[in-house]
Design a binder for this molecule. Structure first.
Ligand code: DON
Length: 358
């Protein structure tokens, strides 16, 4: 009897040790960023027929006083940005602009730039160049995960997370750093409909603290995805992330994607229309990182976030929308932007999967 009780106790102790070890291993391999998701606003019925401006105004009023999230601070300059900036802009494919809130304050574009650098590589080479070099699959990991690189030696990932994005930047052609940079900022500017410039304070701040991205660039070089000058690629990537934009700039960039690559305000065909679905597919898969599934579930829209506080989303053939609000959730996505875009798009029937049966 005593033996059986001791044996039982030992079995229980053994199970407890295994459980403790399992929790320990999970903690060690857990991503650097904790996973507490922002729940985007629940879907309103599609196509209520609400006028665009009213949908924008309603969302602004609904979320204006929301006090959730926190500015990114791993790039010190971002912690100093006013967390109360809140601007919304929606631009339809026929060039009408609906906006409210703070439309003049600029934030750094950050990861939203990844979409347009990837688009440039598709334009210069082909969508397959992206597909073959870093892949188009979700990693399920934070945007700066090194574990995600190690898993498939830099393959089977995408150009929205840092390793794939720095690699995409390395693929932009040019005889010198200046030539590459001028091409990139000119390309972004065409989508935004005005000449963009760089926030030098953010560029300096991130350059002084981007050792992790330098390590990622070197790893992608070691695995053969970056062919040359990995640290130059990281430096240009850092500068591209520091491009300064307001909500209207971002909405125009999104609206250009919604309109088959043609800027609906300037009329310029910025990229080949046949590449746009490839860009949108990668955004849908990984635009909000490890929360991309939740985002797609709430909105059905290809989107892209940046740690500067911007999010863009594209309703193909209908509109592009952008919200700027710096406080982020744990996955690195603006809290107010997620909620406001979901609210507006769902009120306007923006979800391309929401189809009325015939
Ligand atoms: O590389 C970085 O960490 C930043 N320049 C960009 C990260 C970012 O915007 C992630 N977005 N949500």
């Amino acid at each position: 009897m005593r033996y059986r009780m001791t044996a039982a106790r030992n079995i229980i102790r053994g199970l407890a040790v295994i459980a403790t070890l399992a929790i320990g291993v999970a903690a060690i391999s857990a991503p650097a960023v904790a996973k507490t998701a922002t729940k985007p606003a629940t879907a309103a019925p599609a196509a209520t027929g609400l006028p665009y401006q009213q949908a924008v105004d309603n969302a602004y009023a609904k979320f204006k006083n929301l006090q959730e999230g926190k500015n990114a601070d791993y790039i010190p300059a971002l912690a100093k940005v006013d967390p109360n900036i809140f601007g919304i802009a929606l631009i339809t494919v026929d060039g009408k602009v609906y906006s409210t809130g703070d439309l003049t304050s600029e934030v750094s574009i950050q990861s939203i730039s990844k979409v347009f650098t990837m688009a440039l590589v598709m334009e210069e080479q082909s969508p397959d160049a992206i597909f073959n070099n870093m892949g188009v699959d979700a990693t399920g990991q934070p945007f700066n995960s090194i574990v995600a690189v190690e898993q498939y030696k830099g393959s089977e990932m995408n150009a929205m997370v840092n390793p794939g994005a720095i690699t995409a930047t390395s693929m932009v052609s040019g005889a010198s750093r200046d030539e590459i940079w001028n091409k990139l900022i000119g390309w972004y500017s065409d989508f935004a409909g005005r000449p963009l410039s760089v926030n030098q304070e953010v560029f300096k701040s991130e350059s002084e603290t981007n050792q992790r991205n330098q390590a990622i660039a070197m790893l992608m070089y070691a695995y053969g995805h970056i062919k040359d000058k990995p640290l130059q690629a990281c430096d240009i990537y850092t500068e591209q992330c520091s491009a300064s934009v307001n909500a209207k700039d971002l909405a125009e960039m999104a609206a250009t994607l919604a309109n088959g690559g043609k800027n609906p305000i300037t009329g310029k065909q910025c990229m080949k229309s046949e590449n746009v679905p490839k860009v949108l597919a990668v955004m849908a898969t990984a635009g909000l990182y490890d929360d991309s599934g939740k985002w797609l579930f709430a909105t059905g829209l290809p989107g892209k976030s940046g740690v500067g506080g911007g999010i863009i989303a594209v309703s193909p053939g209908k509109f592009g929308i952008a919200v700027v609000s710096p406080p982020l959730d744990a996955a690195g996505n603006s809290v107010k932007a997620q909620k406001a875009i979901a609210e507006i798009s769902n009120a306007l029937g923006g979800n391309p999967y929401a189809v009325k049966p015939r």
